[in-house]
Design a protein around this ligand. Structure first.
Ligand code: 0L1
Ligand code: MG
Length: 262
């Protein structure tokens, strides 16, 4: 690790406060250009520790920057991983308060719920499918704490990969009941189609992102636990939203899911 524990705790305090107060910040590598991957995940762990201390509960994980569209949008070339807490969950058809966020965007995703634990290294798509209980549509609301969504990969990892809110639901299917590569999605904002795609946009298969997550956690001595909810990554570019917007995600054979911004 390149940074001292004191600096890591200061950075976790800073990003935690930015999220709590809906305040943006320049990316943290501007002041800490030597920050390495372990430091970045240690800052993310520090944010999680602060949330747990304040009563949140971990419900699962997320993979981010998993589609070529997103990687291109953000000028980066590899996925990142973060955690999901219960306080970020929004009910189906529920409302997200824009005043609690900085500059929210939505992403259409396939969500997985695990029936048994999955631990890397060496996990592949077949291992993921065998360990999955069901899959369903999900909308992730991301909200980078970095000014104008300008960051590098290490800064975004430290910022828990821009995680903010999420909704999952509509129709849950067994993983063998759907070809997640060819499943089509349509994202609408205020009744207009704003993005469309197919599951294969996520690393060829959304379960590939799950395998990468399990392998990443395995390197850190962790696993995806049974019962965990995982957002496998945006299928399209993220779409900016503001107060008054209604977002609807339609997933082929899996129904639709909506969210309102106020
Ligand atoms: O879930 C995601 O793909 C977001 C990853 C972080 C980058 C961003 O804020 O767009
Ligand atoms: Mg996402």
């Amino acid at each position: 690790m390149a940074l001292s524990n004191d600096i890591i705790q200061q950075l976790a305090d800073h990003l935690y406060a930015c999220e709590a107060n809906a305040r943006d910040t320049p990316k943290i590598t501007d002041d800490h250009p030597d920050m390495d991957w372990d430091d970045a995940y240690a800052v993310q762990d520090g944010i999680l520790a602060r949330k747990l201390k304040n009563g949140a509960r971990v419900v699962g994980y997320k993979a981010g920057l998993t589609s070529h569209a997103k990687m291109q949008q953000m000028g980066v070339d590899s996925p990142v991983f973060g955690f999901l807490v219960d306080s970020g969950s929004v009910p189906e058809g529920g409302t997200v308060k824009v005043s609690e966020l900085i500059h929210p965007k939505v992403e259409p995703e396939i969500a997985f719920v695990m029936k048994r634990a999955l631990k890397g290294p060496g996990c592949n798509i077949a291992d993921v499918l065998a360990a999955t209980d069901f899959v369903m549509p999900g909308i992730e609301v991301i909200d980078s704490r970095y000014r104008d969504f300008k960051f590098d990969l290490k800064s975004v990892v430290a910022d828990n990969t821009s995680a903010a809110r999420y909704v999952v639901g509509a129709r849950a299917l067994r993983p063998e009941a759907v070809d997640m590569r060819t499943v089509g999605i349509v994202l609408e904002k205020n009744g207009q189609v704003v993005a469309l795609g197919a599951g294969a946009a996520v690393l060829g298969h959304p379960a590939a992102a799950m395998a990468m997550l399990a392998n990443h956690l395995g390197k850190r001595g962790q696993e995806i636990p049974a019962g965990a909810l995982i957002l496998s990554g945006g299928i399209t570019e993220a779409v900016a939203v503001q107060a008054g917007d209604n977002v609807c995600l339609r997933v082929q054979g899996m129904g639709s899911l909506s969210l309102r911004f106020a």
